[in-house]
Design a protein around this ligand. Structure first.
Ligand code: AMP
Length: 193
């Protein structure tokens, strides 16, 4: 695993434990010689993460659309900043550059990016692992909801289980470095008819 794409909040959030975890993940990526691929921002948890990678001598590669660059929210000290035209191009390039995907706590931007990656995996468009860093039990309500979606037979249990969940950054990196998601049929009804 040479690169990991991390989606996370452009805000810092209210919980110091989450900020510490973002910094720990950044330091670990650098120590393990894994490139950080992320949205290129200087703000919030994104900034904390990238700063920690760079402080430990690691490589942080940002992918940012021009309109965000115009708002001057980009991180100016990155190893590389790739500028694209649209949010869709950004996600496509981040996915292409990365061997695995991680979401840290964040808001709707983080969810949207992570769910797209999961959807692409479910449709067999990639076979890269994806994981949530469930620090401070941030994602517990979402995990409960996902179990509800499985119970309602709108999400396959196997697809639900492909979502890796760890509360500690080191364990999370260990798991995504060895995980090989299997390709499964997408539609539950396919098996019932
Ligand atoms: P959110 O979780 O709503 O704060 O959105 C965070 C995600 O949206 C990140 O993973 C980024 O890709 C993108 N994003 C939102 N705001 C910014 C920003 N100011 N600079 C760069 N990327 C951002």
């Amino acid at each position: 695993m040479r690169s990991v794409c991390v989606f996370c909040g452009s805000s810092r959030g209210a919980n110091p434990e989450i900020i510490v975890a973002a910094r720990q993940l950044g330091a670990l990526l650098a120590e393990r010689d894994i490139d950080l691929i992320y949205g290129g921002g200087s703000v919030g948890l994104m900034g904390e993460l990238a700063d920690s990678v760079l402080a430990k001598g690691g490589r942080a590669i940002g992918v940012i659309p021009q309109f965000l660059l115009d708002k001057e929210v980009e991180h100016v000290g990155l190893t590389q900043l790739k500028v694209v035209n649209t949010m869709h191009e950004r996600k496509a390039l981040m996915a292409e550059l990365s061997d695995a995907f991680v979401a840290l706590p964040g808001g709707i931007g983080t969810f949207e990016e992570f769910f797209e990656v999961w959807t692409w995996g479910q449709l067999g468009l990639h076979a890269k692992p994806y994981a949530l860093l469930n620090v401070a039990n941030f994602f517990d309500p979402l995990l409960t909801f996902l179990d509800h979606v499985v119970a309602e037979k709108l999400l396959r249990s196997e697809h639900r289980q492909l979502l890796l969940v760890e509360s500690k950054p080191a364990k999370l990196l260990d798991r995504i470095s060895t995980a090989r998601p299997t390709q499964l049929p997408k539609w539950i009804d396919d098996e019932q008819t």
